[in-house]
Design a protein around this ligand. Sequence first.
Ligand SMILES: [Zn+2]
Length: 220
Amino acid sequence: MNYLNIHTHFPTGNPNLPEIENLYFGQSASGKTPYLSAGLHPWFLQPDNMDAAQAWLEKQLAQPGVVAVGEAGLDKVCDTPWELQEQAFRFCIGLSEKLNKPLVIHCVRAHNEVVQIKKEIRPTQSWIFHGFNKNTDIAAMLLREGCYLSFGASILRDGNHSAEALRQTPAELFFLETDDEQDISIRQIYQKAADIRGISSGELAAIQAANWSRCFAIKP
Ligand SMILES: [Zn+2]
């Protein structure tokens, strides 16, 4: 069976594990997977590199194999000035809409702000909160807005509130990922997710295959 990894910085290169490699500003694809996403992550923005970052992103998104824009978003814990973060986020939203590709969102303590922007812009593309690691209240707020949630290593930690959020997320609105973890496999995340939801690995695989083909037009 296929384990689909929606967001990784370290693709395995295993053709039986379809995975989307995420590129930060300045990075180039490893060549290990045909599927890519590229975005302007708030951590790597500075006032004097915005023009270069935007030009880099437009070039990356023209590559074949790019299936999503991101990660992009807002982060209240990093030092990047808020206005710069918002400018970059809106730029990425614009490209997601223009290119008809879903948006993968990095969000730290700014879920309300991202939802406000979503209500203002009313995007046609899917928005996916990657690395979701919050409680059921925040999950419910995002799910009400029709956002997808993508869960990773946090669900492996005993007692982490994201496990309960995963349990309560409708089947058609979640993904699974390894992000920047190198010692954790997507298979482990799948096994834990199946446990949490009380379903078989086959049922989980079918759910993820359906979500991938709906969201990314990829038929795993
Ligand atoms: Zn990431």
